[in-house]
Design a protein around this ligand. Structure first.
Ligand SMILES: NCCCC[C@H](NC(=O)CCCN)C(=O)O
Length: 428
């Protein structure tokens, strides 16, 4: 004589809704419970900034962190010297959904953690920990078995460790992948553009700059012309393309005609399909500078190019809902939402596994890649925002694990996004 007049279907739905609420709460509580260790982790990484592919201390610190936590199987130096993998699985048998969280931890030359990758490491670790704690309390009540994979991915600020790891099959078997990047605002997505680094070397001939200048071939003149050519090209570029370069070697002494100079440029377009068009135009700038000065030119592209991000609306919506429930304040500034935000090797990952690369405010209005942002990324104030983001990611993973239909939508949208990309690419 129960007062429950629901259908069995309705009862099942409300039970699963209650379980979801219970597990999300557990995510929050477990992350809060580990906040001191997580803070120490990101603080240690911040205090000792390491450049791309040299992040050995950060790697060891993260490996030690997961080794110390119970239940994780940890692979140090996973496929790359400074990559790692930590895996945890629910106990049962049957279909297993593999959820990935990514950590980054490389710094920038000269200004340390000015992109806050120490906080990305913390978000990945915290989300993994929080999801594991929630699932441990739900064994036997889950519709699927779960694997959590936390992957440490080096060198985002350089050649792109994620692309190396993709080539090595490190993402194989992953069903969905999550990460979040520090920014000056909360956002589910910001336009991430495709990018390729290129190094241009000019070889000239040294000579006494006052006694026999006519005997020299000036490689600095070539570098200056290259820079000017690119600046002139910028005027005719599509407004959403980006080129920016530095002169890395400009000569040694004014009275020696420079016989060698080197520049590095980043070439960016909104989609990976447009990048070859820009590259061809840029190469004309590089070569013509050599022709004008009589130098030889070498054009060397980096091992990996970065792709744009394939968006999965279902993931963005779920993340936004969870973020809002935790008080995140997602930007509605159209300028921010439509302007290029830079590039990431996570773009390449999204062509292989459906994923989300969200952004989070860290308690400061400083801009990424400035000394002020370095300070903000190490400030205690960033902790609340970092852990809140980790909670929202882990909760989004729970939404997918407990609601198979949501996971199906993610998979369907992934197929559609790839098809749409192929179609638009073929028109370029
Ligand atoms: N190959 C160089 C990569 C530079 C990546 C760098 N990434 C970021 O700043 C992260 C922002 C993501 N929107 C960049 O300069 O874009």
């Amino acid at each position: 004589s129960s007062s429950n007049t629901n259908s069995p279907q309705e009862n099942k739905m409300s039970e699963s809704g209650e379980l979801l609420t219970e597990l999300k709460d557990r995510v929050s509580r477990s992350i809060d419970g580990a906040s001191a260790e997580l803070h120490e982790l990101s603080r240690d990484i911040w205090s000792c900034p390491e450049l791309a592919y040299q992040e050995s201390r950060a790697h060891d610190r993260l490996v030690a962190f997961f080794t110390h936590e119970q239940g994780w199987t940890v692979d140090a130096r996973f496929k790359l010297e400074t990559a790692f993998r930590a895996v945890w699985r629910t106990g049962g048998v049957g279909e297993c959904v593999n959820v990935g969280f990514l950590c980054e931890y490389d710094a920038l030359p000269g200004i340390g953690h000015a992109c806050g990758h120490n906080l990305i490491a913390e978000v990945g670790a915290a989300a993994g920990l929080g999801l594991k704690a929630a699932l441990e309390g739900a064994q036997g009540r889950l519709p699927v078995q779960v694997q959590i994979t936390v992957l440490g991915t080096p060198a985002e600020e350089d050649v792109g460790g994620k692309v190396d790891l993709l080539k090595e099959g490190a993402f194989q078997g992953m069903d969905v992948v999550f990460m979040a990047h520090p920014s000056k605002e909360d956002a589910t997505y910001l336009p991430c553009v495709a990018e390729h680094d290129v190094t241009i070397k000019y070889h000239g001939k040294a000579s006494h700059a006052s006694s026999y200048p006519w005997k020299g071939v000036n490689a600095l003149d070539a570098a200056v012309l290259c820079y000017t050519n690119m600046s002139v090209l910028r005027q005719q570029m599509r407004p959403d393309w980006r080129v920016h370069g530095v002169i890395k070697h400009g000569g040694l002494k004014p009275n020696i005609i420079p016989d060698y100079t080197e520049l590095e440029y980043y070439l960016r377009t909104p989609t990976r399909a447009e990048l070859p068009v820009l590259k061809e135009k840029a190469e004309r700038c590089f070569r013509s500078a050599a022709v004008a000065t009589g130098c030889e030119v070498e054009i060397q592209y980096a091992r990996n190019a970065f792709d744009n991000i394939l968006r999965i609306p279902e993931l963005e919506q779920l993340f936004e809902r969870n973020g809002k429930s935790l008080g995140m304040d997602f930007t509605t500034d159209e300028d921010v939402l439509t302007n290029e935000s830079g590039s990431t090797d996570f773009g390449n990952v999204t062509f292989v596994v459906p994923g989300i690369h969200s952004y989070f405010y860290i308690g400061s209005n400083a801009l990424n890649h400035t000394p002020e942002y370095t300070v903000a990324a190490g400030d205690d104030k960033a902790q609340f925002f970092t852990l809140r983001t980790a909670k929202a990611l882990a909760m989004t993973a729970l939404d997918l694990l407990l609601q198979p239909k949501a996971m199906q939508r993610v998979k369907q949208e992934f197929i559609e996004a790839k098809l749409k990309d192929e179609k638009t690419s073929s028109r370029i």
